[in-house]
Structures are given as structure tokens and as C-alpha cells.
Write a protein that binds this ligand. Structure first.
Ligand code: FO1
Length: 330
């Protein structure tokens, strides 16, 4: 965080960077606390073409989670789902490795139709968020295509093939974001990070390698975050050396990155001003090179989500007040 802004006002915008399931839980907590003062910038690297449809899993996880439509058990797709489409697809001998519920399917069909008509993902996402009654702003990081590819055992695997079809079994050697060099943050993303009312950037406890890195790798994103001159706070996706859900700890082991709070801070390369860690990792919080806050970070209930969201906002406010005081004393 360079310099400082007057962030003592209780209002003000929060921008959260978010990927899949774990991140969406914190985004929900922040949305319940902040309402329309929240902007969620979502990873698009998991997007892919399947059965002729454009699927945007991380965007849909955020849309379903913030609208209360999410299937809590699965962590993706909708609750109250039916699977007739998949049954007939099976009868037709088509691809069934990627499950598409009947209600979920309508969103993929409509998104694909609108993209083919020339509408941008940002506008389509905003229209769906409004129809789902979501007051937070939900923004794909870019309208340019970025596709996460996992290099595993010498072979390039498209992300969903790795994550769903191969169930994250292959040993990861490298993670690439195809197209990212040519991608740019959208005008809406840039505007949110330049909002004079911006008071903090939050990195949700999504997988740093698979969900947050493809957001930060979009040229210009780091610059926008650093120029915002507000606290950047992350919630660690690791609790006591293990990921809450998903392949984060497996990938860290395969990439030879220790599953510790220090490694998370180091991974974000100087971007962080603060880290929220679980009580299980409270021991090494004091040794971190950034400000930390220790609180139970496992988000099972609504209260958990709200508590972690408030912890993030408290840490941001504390850092802002301190940098204001330092600026005042200069
Ligand atoms: N994940 C699975 O493990 N199996 C699936 O069949 C599956 C289907 C699916 C359909 C729509 C959607 O938005 C997400 C879906 N996911 C599925 C989850 C998805 O692969 C992950 O949410 C992200 O790509 C990683 O965060």
C-alpha cells in the first residue's frame, strides 16, 4: 500500500478478488455486510466451451452464492436441481463428465446466445446479477479470453479436464493462463479500483494458483491495485497446512510451496498489507511480514461468513488509520 487515503468513513467501496467455492463464501459475507458498496472481481480462467456452450464456472458460483441459489453440498451449480438433460445426454452417448443441471443449463444457453449476439461477458453477468437480485457489482476481470491450462506430467490439460474429469489427480508442474498477455482489465474493473470511495481490496480465500493468479496476471491489474493506495487484505486459504476444500494444498506440495501463511504472503509478492489467518495458524501470525488478524476462518454458517468479512474490514480499517496517522506525523 503506497501512501494512504482517508478511509475512516464507514461507507466506501470494497473490491474483492474471487474465484471458486471458498472465495464465494467470503464474497457472500462481504455482500451481506456491504450490499452495493461491494464489487467482486471474478476469475474467468476456468471458463471453457462444452457441448457448444460457453461455461463460466467461477462467475456462476458467485452469482448462485450471492443470490442464495447455490447448491451448498456440491459447492457448484444450483440447489433444487433436476438432471433430465444429463440423463438424455447419457442415452445419446454424449459427454457426461461435466454435470449440467436443468436449471443451470438455462444460464449457459442464454449466456452463449448473448455472447454469439456480440454482448460482452461483463454486461451479460451484470444483467444476470440484477435478475438474481444481487446488489453487489459482479465483474469478470476481463472480457478478453483467458484460459487456465495445467501442465501435468508433461501434458497440457485444459482446466476443467484437470479439475473435474481427472479430479485433480495429475501432478501439476506448471499453470499457464493462455491469452492473458493479450487480455486487459475491463473498464468497469479499472473504474472500481480507481473509485475515490475505495477503502480496501480483499483477496478471498480462493486457490491462489488457480483462481487468484489468473486475475492478477491480467496486465494492468497489479498496477491498478497498487495505485489504489488502499490496504490489500487476504484471507488465507490454508488452515493448519491443509486447504479447506479443493486442490490448493496438493498443488502447493507439487509446486514445492510450503502450505503456510508465510508462503501465502510471499506468493502474492509484496501486494499484501494484511492477512487474516485461522486460530490454528495463530502461532506464526506474529512473525509474518504483514499485519495479521487471527480468527476462526472456516466458513460453515452464515455467521461464520459475516464474522470473517467483518474481520477483514476491521483489519483494513486498522491499517488505514495507522497509515493516516503515519502520514500525519511525517
Ligand atoms: N465440478 C465438478 O467437480 N464436477 C462437475 O460436474 C461440475 C459441473 C459444473 C457445472 C457448472 C459449473 O458452474 C461448475 C461445475 N463444476 C463442477 C465446478 C467447477 O468445475 C469449479 O467450480 C470451478 O471451475 C473451480 O472453482
Amino acid at each position: 500500500m503506497k501512501g494512504s487515503k482517508d478511509n475512516t468513513n464507514s461507507g466506501g467501496r470494497i473490491v474483492a478478488l474471487c474465484g471458486g467455492v471458498g472465495g464465494a463464501k467470503l464474497a457472500l459475507g462481504l455482500a451481506r455486510v456491504l450490499g452495493e458498496d461491494l464489487t467482486v472481481i471474478v476469475n474467468t480462467g476456468d471458463d471453457f466451451e462444452h457441448l457448444g456452450l460457453h461455461i463460466s464456472p467461477d462467475i456462476d458460483t458467485v452469482l448462485y452464492t450471492l443470490s442464495g441459489l447455490a447448491n451448498r453440498e456440491l459447492g457448484w451449480g444450483r440447489r433444487d436441481e433436476s438432471w433430465n438433460f444429463m440423463k438424455v445426454l447419457q442415452d445419446l452417448g454424449s459427454e457426461t463428465w461435466f454435470q449440467l443441471g436443468d436449471r443451470d443449463l438455462a444460464l449457459h444457453v442464454e449466456r452463449t446466445r448473448q455472447l454469439k449476439a456480440g454482448n460482452l461477458l461483463t454486461r451479460i453477468t451484470g444483467a444476470v446479477a440484477a435478475r438474481f437480485g444481487i446488489s453487489a457489482q459482479i465483474l469478470p476481470v476481463s472480457d478478453d479470453p483467458v484460459r487456465t491450462t495445467v501442465i501435468a506430467e508433461g501434458r497440457p490439460l485444459p482446466f476443467q479436464r484437470y479439475f473435474v474429469e481427472q479430479r485433480c489427480a495429475p501432478v501439476v508442474e506448471r499453470i499457464m493462463f493462455d491469452g492473458v498477455a493479450e487480455a486487459r482489465p475491463t473498464a468497469q474493473v479499472a473504474a472500481a479500483l480507481r473509485d475515490p470511495k475505495l477503502r480496501a481490496v480483499v483477496i478471498c480465500p480462493s486457490n491462489p494458483f488457480l483462481s487468484i493468479d489468473p486475475i492478477l496476471a491480467v496486465p494492468g491489474m497489479r498496477g491498478l491495485i497498487e495505485a489504489a493506495a488502499v490496504p490489500v487484505i487476504a484471507v488465507s486459504p490454508i488452515i493448519a497446512g491443509k486447504a479447506v476444500k479443493g486442490p490448493t494444498d496438493k498443488i502447493m506440495a507439487e509446486l514445492r510451496v510450503p502450505a503456510t501463511s508465510q508462503a501465502i504472503v510471499k506468493h502474492y509478492g509484496g501486494l499484501l498489507d494484511g492477512l487474516v489467518v485461522d486460530e490454528a495458524d495463530g502461532g506464526d501470525a506474529a512473525a509474518l511480514p504483514v499485519e495479521s488478524l487471527v480468527t476462526p476462518t472456516l466458513m460453515k454458517t452464515e455467521e461464520d461468513r459475516d464474522r470473517v468479512a467483518r474481520a477483514v474490514l476491521d483489519l483494513a480499517a486498522r491499517l488505514s488509520a495507522r497509515s493516516l496517522a503515519e502520514a500525519g506525523s511525517e
